[in-house]
Design a protein. Sequence first.
Length: 246
Amino acid sequence: MKKTVLITGSSSGFGAHLAEAFAARGYDVVLHGRNKKRLQAVKNKISKKGVRCVSVIADLQTKKGLNTVQSTLHKYNVDILVNNAGVNPELKKGALGNAKNIGEIISVNTSSAIALSREAFSYFAKRGGGIVININSSAGLRGSAHEAVYAASKFGLRGFSESVKEIWLKQGVRMIDIYSGALATGMSSGRRDKNELIDPRELAEFIASVCSTNSFFIREISIQRTKKSNGRKVEKQIKTEYHKGI
Ligand SMILES: NC(=O)c1ccc[n+]([C@@H]2O[C@H](COP(=O)([O-])OP(=O)(O)OC[C@H]3O[C@@H](n4cnc5c(N)ncnc54)[C@H](OP(=O)(O)O)[C@@H]3O)[C@@H](O)[C@H]2O)c1
């Protein structure tokens, strides 16, 4: 039977790659984001793959936006929720460089992902099963001086997931956590070593492929890039760039 995936933050970046990868496997796709133009561009691409594709515009920082995405789970009979939407303004501004961003980072990366997961859980449990995928980060496993609030937001999501994973599984709901190193997408677009980062298309295809197992499921995956950055010189450059403005 045809399945439907809802991917938050799929108007660009890694979410758009995930949308393509799921569509290539025959999933119907619900796109989500704030930017209408970018959503339409992704929708045009996905629709060519012969699957149903709809898009939802909603700001996850607002209660109204969150409610809209929550009701979308029911409206389109979603089978898989991917919590992908995320922000990391510290990469541009430097850790703690702009205190007003703390609310935005926690709200988008942690609170909205938890709220959506809870809604998905109660919906999936009633239907006999479903999958929640959290696009976390290696910053959710280890603290990171140049993006301290971002790391805190991803640690928070990990804490939630680790707390509910076993209980939810008993109700047929699988929670898959992806702890990825730097990806060559929007959030890392300012990096000089962009060509050496994880290929988002390759990772998106891999993630779409792990959703169809039967006798087991992948609880979490830690993804590390294979391409070495060009020695200490590049690492030093990156550190210097990220610490500007602290
Ligand atoms: N890039 C990396 O190096 C990296 C590494 C590990 C993990 N990750 C994780 O991967 C995910 C995607 O990152 P990315 O690099 O693809 O980022 P990106 O290119 O900046 O895309 C972020 C997406 O999130 C959406 N979004 C942001 N704020 C939102 C809000 N308030 N309401 C609704 N949607 C919102 C954006 O939609 P609009 O533009 O339409 O608002 C966009 O579609 C994030 O969770 C990130 O933490 C990234």
